[in-house]
Design a protein around this ligand. Structure first.
Ligand SMILES: *[C@@H]1O[C@H](CO)[C@@H](O)[C@H](O)[C@H]1NC(C)=O
Ligand SMILES: *[C@@H]1O[C@H](CO)[C@@H](O)[C@H](O)[C@H]1NC(C)=O
Ligand SMILES: *[C@@H]1O[C@H](CO)[C@@H](O)[C@H](O)[C@H]1NC(C)=O
Ligand SMILES: *[C@@H]1O[C@H](CO)[C@@H](O)[C@H](O)[C@H]1NC(C)=O
Ligand SMILES: [Zn+2]
Length: 400
C-alpha cells in the first residue's frame, strides 16, 4: 500500500509470528490509517477542483481583504490554517457571479472576483497564483488557480473569454444554474433562454473551440446532460467536472450519470467529486462513508484514473459529519485507505489526474497554434441583452 507500510512488512518477515499478528492488527487500526493518510497527502498534496471562498469574501466584506485575516476566517469553511491542515497543495478558486447578473453586470462582477482572488493569492505568502500545469506541479505553497463558474460571465463574447484567459483564468464552467444563450444548465431555476434540442448552439461550439485553442479547461459541472454530451463529442481536449458526484449513488440532477462517466473516460477527463451533502446523501447530512461510496462507484465504473475531489466548500452549505471544512480531507483519504485504495490510486485521485488533464489541455493549445482566434459573434436574436450597442460604419451602411 504505502512505502512505509511495505517497508514495515518486509522487516516483519524476521519477527516472531505472534508479534506479526499483533502488528498487522495495529497497522490496519484507525490510528495507523490516519497516519498513513497524512503521510500520503504530504507526498501528494491535494489539488481540489472547486472552492467558493471568493464568493464569501464578496458576501461578508464586499471583497475588502484588509478587514480579514485569511489565516483564520471563522465565518467560512476555508482559510489558510485549515487548507494547511487539510494538506491542500492546489485549489481552483471560483470567480462566480450569480445568474441574475446575466445580460447585466456579470462581466464587471466577474472581473472583481478575479481581482480578489489574484490579490488574495499574491498578498499572502502562503499562496501562489499559478497558470500552468508545470507551476501547479512544482509549487511548494498553496497554488491558486482561477476558474469561472458560468458562461454568463463572458456575455456571449469570445474576446471577453480571451481577456479572462489573459487575467489567469484556466477553467470555465459553461453554465451555472441558468442557461446561457448558447449552452444549457442542469437546473431549471431560472427560466431564461429555454431551448428545444439545442443544447450547444453554433456559438456554443465556437466557445468550446476557443477554449481548446486558448488552453482553458472546459468544466461541465452545472451543464445539462445533453450539453455535457455534446461537448464531450466536440471538444478536442479532455474536460473536467470540477464539482459533481455520482448520479447512481444520489440521483441529483447535478451529478453525473454512468453513461456520461463512460464518455468522460473516453475523453480522458476527470470528475472531481463534490462533498456537499445534498449531492452525496440526497437530503441527509451523511458521513464520510457516503462520500467514499461515490468514489468507489466512480472507480468501479471508469477507474481511479478519472477521479478527483472538488469539495465545493463555501459554495454549498451542508457537508457530511466529519467533512465540515477544508481541514477534513485527510478523513476522506483515511476512509478510502480503509477501503483498500492503493497508493497509486490515491495519488491519481489527489492530484495526478487533474495535472494530467491540465497538461493535455495545454498540449492541445500548442497543437492549435496555427488556428486563428475565433471571430464568431452571437446572432443578436439569440442573446436577450436589452440594450446592446452595435457599431456600423456609416460609409458601409450607406453602400449596403
Ligand atoms: C481563530 O479565531 C477565533 C476567533 O475568531 C479564535 O477563537 C481562535 O483561537 C483562532 N484560531 C487560531 C488558530 O488563531
Ligand atoms: C436533436 O437534434 C439532433 C441534431 O440535429 C438530432 O440528431 C436529434 O435526433 C434531435 N433530438 C430530438 C429529441 O429531437
Ligand atoms: C455513516 O452513516 C451510515 C448510515 O447512516 C452508518 O451506517 C455508519 O455507521 C456511519 N459511519 C460512521 C463512521 O459514522
Ligand atoms: C481489504 O483487503 C483485505 C485483504 O484482502 C480484506 O480482508 C478486506 O475485507 C478489504 N476491505 C475492504 C473494505 O474491502
Ligand atoms: Zn457550483
Amino acid at each position: 500500500m504505502l512505502p512505509l507500510m511495505l517497508a514495515k512488512r518486509r522487516k516483519l518477515n524476521c519477527i516472531q509470528p505472534r508479534l506479526i499478528a499483533f502488528m498487522l492488527f495495529t497497522m490496519t487500526s484507525g490510528t495507523h490509517l490516519k497516519e498513513s493518510a497524512l503521510e500520503l497527502m504530504t507526498k501528494y498534496p491535494l489539488v481540489d477542483g472547486h472552492n467558493d471562498l471568493a464568493l464569501q469574501l464578496r458576501i461578508f466584506r464586499n471583497n475588502r481583504l484588509r478587514q480579514i485575516d485569511l489565516h483564520n476566517f471563522s465565518n467560512v469553511a476555508t482559510d489558510i490554517n485549515r487548507l494547511r491542515a487539510g494538506h491542500v497543495g492546489g485549489q481552483m478558486f471560483s470567480a462566480y457571479v450569480m445568474c441574475p447578473a446575466q445580460d447585466k453586470d456579470a462581466v464587471r462582477l466577474t472581473l472583481e472576483q478575479i481581482d480578489v482572488i489574484r490579490r488574495m493569492c499574491s498578498e499572502y505568502p502562503e499562496f501562489e497564483l499559478v497558470t500552468t500545469a508545470q507551476a501547479l506541479m512544482s509549487s511548494k505553497k498553496i497554488a491558486c488557480l482561477i476558474s469561472i463558474e458560468g458562461g454568463h460571465s463572458i456575455d456571449s463574447s469570445l474576446a471577453t473569454l480571451r481577456m479572462f484567459y489573459q487575467l489567469g483564468v484556466r477553467s470555465m464552467a459553461l453554465t451555472h444554474t441558468c442557461n446561457t444563450p448558447w449552452a444549457e444548465s442542469s437546473s431549471k431555476l431560472y427560466k431564461v433562454y429555454s431551448r428545444k434540442n439545442n443544447s450547444l448552439t453554433d456559438f456554443g461550439k465556437a466557445v468550446v473551440l476557443e477554449m481548446n485553442r486558448l488552453g482553458m479547461m472546459i468544466d461541465l459541472s452545472h451543464s445539462s446532460w445533453d450539453t455535457a454530451e455534446a461537448v464531450l463529442h466536440f471538444s478536442k481536449a479532455p474536460v473536467i467536472f470540477s464539482h459533481s458526484s455520482a448520479f447512481a449513488v444520489c440521483g441529483h440532477e447535478r451529478n453525473v450519470p454512468d453513461q456520461l462517466l463512460r464518455m468522460l473516460k473516453e475523453n480522458t477527463g476527470v470528475v472531481m467529486v463534490n462533498l456537499h451533502s445534498g449531492f452525496l446523501a440526497c437530503g441527509d447530512k451523511g458521513n464520510v462513508s457516503i462520500a467514499a461510496d461515490h468514489f468507489d462507484h466512480i472507480k468501479n465504473v471508469i477507474g481511479a484514473e478519472s477521479i478527483g475531489i472538488g469539495g465545493d466548500y463555501d459554495g454549498a452549505k451542508m457537508f457530511p459529519h466529519g467533512l465540515e471544512d477544508v481541514s477534513t480531507y485527510p478523513a476522506l483519504i483515511q476512509e478510502l485507505l480503509r477501503r483498500n485504495w492503493t497508493e497509486e490510486e490515491l495519488a491519481d485521485l489527489l492530484r495526478r489526474n487533474f495535472l494530467r488533464v491540465f497538461h493535455r489541455v495545454e498540449e492541445v493549445r500548442d497543437e492549435m497554434e496555427l488556428v486563428h482566434p475565433g471571430e464568431e459573434e452571437i446572432p443578436l436574436l439569440e442573446a436577450a441583452n436589452p440594450c446592446p450597442i452595435v457599431y456600423i460604419a456609416k460609409s458601409r451602411s450607406q453602400t449596403l
